[in-house]
Write a protein that binds this ligand. Structure first.
Ligand code: NAD
Ligand code: ZN
Length: 348
């Protein structure tokens, strides 16, 4: 089969021929119906270097996947060939306290995982290929009726990651509250939809691209704000001077982290999702009182089931552009250039 492989750090991925995978005991091969292109892949191919992660290339890219069960290894029950499924992408040890409740993202026994702190497309072969080998059938999540694999794929990261980040802040988002979404790309535009579908908060969306702000409006944002020198003041004014109860930063640069601090309300949450490489100096008087600052990584398997339910019921609907496998590099180019709207999905 053909696969888009990252052969080395700081290199352009290559579409090459590799052997079709076959499932061992407990494993599943998924025929890929859609593989989302994530900005994290750009970080992988352009910025990461040996030692950044506990794993190294080569591997097939694509950590946001859905498709159909193609082959089942010995002992796998509860799945059938041809069944539409999503792939939960973080693959932990399966036995530690975190993995047992489906939080493989924070596996506490990484040496017992198929790859430490990674998964398919992150150290092991992912879904930018015709087939993906999933090393444990518990990572294969049946799709609810009404959800096509190409539409489900972006929900496994561009949906799941903002969902996890928002869900933990639900108690701070009652009627009368405000949420700010910084960066309305693949993750951020679904983040706006999730906020509208699961909370009563007013949603302000920030980006530096007019097309992204237009997309935010289509996704239900109550107000859009051009990032720039006056953004903090505009958000402060829009919240009656109080600031936002929850700020979700899907960029993570110095500038956006500073915007987050400048616009967070006392006792609010500032949640950093983007890997923009920025830093934040925290001292007693430099951040609003009782603001909780956290990074979040992806989401849990139970949360993926909830996100798929939102998708199947049409309550969230990622804006996607489809690319053939041979055009995958074009998708990444458009993402880098800021000409992509929503999420690119590779359909092999
Ligand atoms: P994307 O390229 O689709 O979207 C990024 C958006 O941010 C774009 O709309 C861009 O215009 C906007 N932006 C850039 N600079 C900005 C600024 N200064 N102010 C306002 N907006 C700005 O990327 P994506 O796939 O949505 O990923 C976003 C980030 O999240 C990346 O850094 C990615 O690596 C990271 N990520 C993190 C996790 C996690 O688990 N924490 C998971 C997936 C992706
Ligand atoms: Zn574990």
């Amino acid at each position: 089969m053909r696969a888009l492989r990252l052969q080395d750090w700081r290199s352009t991925p290559e579409l090459i021929e590799v052997p079709d995978p076959t499932p061992g005991p407990g494993q599943v091969v998924v025929r890929i119906g859609g593989a989302g292109a994530c900005h994290s892949d750009l970080h992988l191919m352009e910025e990461f270097e040996p030692g950044t992660m506990p794993w190294n290339p080569p591997f097939t890219l694509g950590h946001e996947n859905a498709g159909w069960v193609h082959a089942l290894g010995d002992g796998v029950t509860g799945l059938s060939v041809g069944q539409p499924v999503a792939v939960f992408g973080a693959w932990g040890c399966g036995t530690c306290a975190r993995c047992r409740v489906g939080v493989d993202t924070y596996c506490e026994n990484p040496s017992g995982a198929p790859v430490p702190s990674g998964g398919g497309g992150l150290g092991l072969d992912g879904g930018m290929a015709e087939f993906e080998l999933v090393p444990d059938s518990r990572h294969v999540v049946p799709l609810p009726e009404g959800l096509d694999p190409a539409d489900a794929a972006p929900l496994t990261d561009a949906g799941l990651t903002p969902y996890h980040a928002i869900r933990r802040s639900w108690p701070k988002l009652p009627p009368g509250s405000t949420a700010v979404v910084i960066g309305v790309g693949g993750l951020g535009h679904v983040g706006v939809q999730i906020l509208k579908a699961t909370t009563a908060a007013r949603v302000l969306a920030v980006d530096n691209r007019p097309e992204a702000l237009r997309l935010a409006e289509e996704c239900g944002a109550d107000r859009t704000v051009n990032s720039g020198p006056s953004a903090a003041e505009e958000i402060r004014q829009a919240t009656g001077g109080r600031g936002a109860d929850v700020v979700l930063d899907f960029v993570g640069t110095d500038a956006t982290l500073a915007l987050g601090v400048a616009t967070a309300r006392t006792v609010g949450d500032l949640t950093i999702v983007g890997l923009g490489g920025g830093t934040l100096a925290v001292s007693f008087f430099s951040v609003p009182y009782e603001v909780s600052i956290a990074t979040t990584y992806w989401g849990s398997r139970p949360e993926l089931v909830e996100v798929l339910d939102l998708g199947a019921r049409g309550l969230i609907r990622p804006t996607t552009t489809h690319f053939a496998l041979e055009d995958a590099l074009d998708a990444y180019r458009q993402m880098r250039d800021g000409t992509l709207e929503g999420r690119a999905v590779i359909v092999p």
